[in-house]
Design a protein around this ligand. Structure first.
Ligand SMILES: NC(=O)c1ccc[n+]([C@@H]2O[C@H](COP(=O)([O-])OP(=O)(O)OC[C@H]3O[C@@H](n4cnc5c(N)ncnc54)[C@H](OP(=O)(O)O)[C@@H]3O)[C@@H](O)[C@H]2O)c1
Length: 310
């Protein structure tokens, strides 16, 4: 297939592109900068210069492709107070892809998340689909949820659409996300913390396992599928803190819920959530089997504790 990939230069996209090329697909990647374009060329992809706001360009690239994987998201503005604007741009891009692909039967896969789907119990692919399930959300997160629903609804318009939900921790060498932030906070504070008894669980996946699932979704996910790229169903945050404490040789300690926002900064809103998730239905549907190290094993390899960001 000739596959159009947005966010191809990102953390997950740079895992997806080689996986697609190894599987024999041709990749056209969207790049908004010279650096991203160079990275895509080096990975063996063709480059389409442009941004998520160049809707005409997105439309014609999608129309000329055999499938689309949409991974770009304006995290830069989302994490500096502009989540709604980022979610709105994402929505417009998905609407554009929907129009371009309607009636084609071609695959369209987008990234979404598992966080907050079913707090306190194991979320499955079926959660978050019933009407009203996003009632507790507002603003940008609600818009993003609606964009996932829109993607699924494209199944009735002749698009083989699927939504691939990622856990908040997509780990691996070079990670600059949640896990790297947690390590950085522990180093700065001189203590590796968890909130309360630390029994709350985080699901996780290695980015190469997630990348493989994007390719399986492109190849064979039935129209309207929800998929979970979850390898570790739920790792207790205390266990994560213990590995970090051991590697940094610092104490591991409980942080009170009142002090969590001060201690964990922007992670304070997430660190105490209990948000395990299952991928049993995805594994059964697509035969996906994670083969990379789990989160604790990956942390124990040591790469989070040295290198430029360490
Ligand atoms: N990583 C996780 O743990 C996680 C968890 C849940 C959901 N997700 C979702 O999975 C998707 C991929 O995440 P990621 O971790 O790979 O993100 P990332 O590393 O931040 O990559 C984002 C990608 O989007 C591109 N991009 C950003 N703004 C753009 C714009 N205005 N126009 C065109 N391209 C733009 C970036 O291009 P540049 O290379 O030029 O910056 C990059 O290729 C996102 O939808 C994300 O929200 C990720």
């Amino acid at each position: 297939m000739r596959v159009f990939v947005t966010g191809a230069s990102g953390w997950i996209g740079s895992g997806v592109v080689p996986e697609l090329i190894d599987a024999g697909h041709q990749v056209l990647g969207l790049a908004r900068s010279d650096a991203s374009a160079a990275a895509l060329t080096a990975a063996g992809a063709e480059v389409l210069r442009g941004t998520l706001d160049d809707l005409d360009r997105l439309r014609s690239a999608a129309a000329a492709s055999d499938g689309v994987i949409h991974l770009a998201f304006k995290h830069d503005i989302a994490f500096s107070g502009g989540f709604q604007a980022a979610a709105d741009a994402d929505r417009r891009a998905v609407e554009t892809f929907g129009e371009a692909l309607a009636g084609s039967g071609r695959p369209f896969v987008i990234a979404s998340g598992t966080l907050g789907l079913a707090p306190g119990r194991v979320a499955t692919e079926r959660d978050g689909l019933d009407p009203g399930s996003a009632a507790h959300l507002s603003g940008g997160p609600q818009t993003r949820h609606g964009t996932a629903d829109l993607t699924l609804s494209l199944a009735s318009r002749g698009v083989r659409s699927s939504v691939l939900r990622l856990p908040p921790t997509v780990h691996g060498e070079g990670d600059h996300g949640f896990m790297a932030a947690l390590v950085g906070i522990a180093r700065d504070k001189g203590v590796s913390g968890y909130v309360g008894d630390g029994a709350n669980r985080w699901p996780a996946v290695h980015r190469f396992d997630a990348a493989h699932l994007f390719c399986l979704a492109l190849d064979k996910a039935p129209a309207g599928s929800v998929l979970h790229a979850v390898a570790d169903e739920g790792v207790p945050v205390r266990a994560i803190a213990e590995v970090i404490g051991r590697h940094l040789d610092i104490p591991v300690a409980a942080i009170s819920p009142e002090d969590a926002a001060g201690h964990f900064a922007w992670l304070g809103g997430f660190i105490a959530t209990d948000s395990p998730a299952s991928s049993a239905l995805t594994r059964e549907l697509l035969g996906w089997q994670p083969v990379q190290p789990g989160l604790l094993e990956d942390l124990d390899k040591g790469h989070y504790f040295h290198g430029p960001s360490a």
